[in-house]
Design a protein around this ligand. Structure first.
Ligand SMILES: Cc1cc2nc3c(=O)[nH]c(=O)nc-3n(C[C@H](O)[C@H](O)[C@H](O)COP(=O)(O)O)c2cc1C
Length: 326
């Protein structure tokens, strides 16, 4: 597949509204999902499958140990991965979540050997080693980008249902999660999220470590997209970048950068991966937010693989013919 399929029209407004409501939450009320919440989330996971190589699985009951990283979980973890875990300690420990989402993707044959665990990417790690090759969907996007795109759709759907979430890619138990979802051969869980109703009051950790209760620091729009407010940028692209500004990213690093290239927009990462979680997951999240912003501005288009030869480029947004007119 060369391009992302169009998002269902009906979801644009719903998920755009959810962007404003979503914040990462880490302490949860100890009550199960209501049956209608569970059924709606399960239906979303079943039906929103734009790429066959990626799936989101609802774990209607999540053991707390899902969010406790076990160092022996991936026996092949590199020294860099172990050092990273040591430095970060229990960053973001999740408490009380009744349910969870697991974001799983199919690796191209051989990719698992090239990069055995999600925490092993050092500065010298092969970038985007997981491009499709012979994955079942034949997409030229890296699997992490698809994980970000499809995973964020589930996160926004949860927010639309009034549920709380938090992407967790660093500190969870991949082995336990893979066994709970019955992962197939070559399938790997890249991240999880707690799912439920956040505690009414912020925990000390949420308040002081994650600075919740005050606005999250966000990069200026002109930083994300150089020259954004010059007359060259079409209004729909400005709307797309605006919708990315409040997207979640690992450690709030916001690695997405946009540039105008003719009448298309290129999304790139701000540098190679230097530790644990691939920036390409964050960029996949940005792809979904950008697309929602463009569609809310009444314009269309699709993402395609960048084809620029630039290592850090992630995807190119190609507007429909009608959208090119500013
Ligand atoms: C790919 C990814 C991985 C993340 N991993 C973790 C994690 O392991 N632990 C955690 O507490 N938060 C994690 N987060 C949440 C970020 O810290 C959070 O999105 C960021 O601080 C911005 O805050 P916000 O989501 O409330 O807007 C992750 C987010 C993303 C997108």
């Amino acid at each position: 597949m060369e391009a992302t399929p169009p998002l269902p029209e009906a979801l644009t407004e719903r998920w755009c509204a959810a962007i404003a409501r979503r914040h990462s939450r880490r302490s949860f009320q100890d009550r199960p999902l209501a049956p209608h919440e569970r059924d709606a989330m399960a239906a979303h996971c079943r039906t929103f499958r734009p790429f066959s190589a990626v799936r989101v699985v609802l774990l209607a009951e999540a053991p707390e140990s899902l969010f406790a990283h076990r160092r022996d979980d991936r026996p092949t973890m590199s020294a860099v991965g172990r050092a990273y875990m040591g430095i970060m300690g229990s960053y973001g420990r999740i408490s009380g979540a009744p349910a969870a989402l697991a974001f799983a993707g199919e690796l191209a044959p051989g990719a698992a050997d090239a990069r055995p665990d999600a925490t092993a990417q050092g500065a010298d790690a092969p970038d985007a080693s997981l491009r499709s090759a012979s994955r079942s969907d034949d997409s030229d996007f890296a699997i992490e980008e698809l994980i970000g795109y499809v995973g964020e759709a589930a996160v926004l759907e949860a927010a639309a249902l009034g549920l709380d979430t938090c992407w967790v890619a660093g500190f969870f138990s991949p082995g336990l999660t893979e066994s709970l979802i019955g992962a197939g051969t070559g399938e790997m869980v890249f991240a999880v999220s707690p799912l439920g109703h956040a505690a009414d009051t912020l925990s000390g950790k949420e308040k002081y470590v994650f600075q919740m209760g005050r606005p999250k620091k966000r990069l200026k729009l002109e930083h994300i997209a150089l020259g954004l407010f010059s007359k060259d940028w079409p209004h729909w692209a400005v709307a797309g970048v605006r919708a990315v500004q409040t997207a979640p990213s690992a450690t709030n690093r916001q690695p997405w950068r946009f540039r105008l290239d003719g009448d298309t927009i290129v999304l790139a990462s701000n540098g190679p991966d230097t530790y644990g979680v691939s920036k390409r997951i964050d960029c996949g999240i940005a792809m979904l937010h950008f697309e929602l912003g463009v569609r809310q501005a009444g314009r269309g288009g699709h993402w395609e693989p960048p084809d620029t030869g630039e290592r850090l480029d992630v995807a190119r947004w190609r507007p429909t013919a009608a959208s090119r007119l500013v």
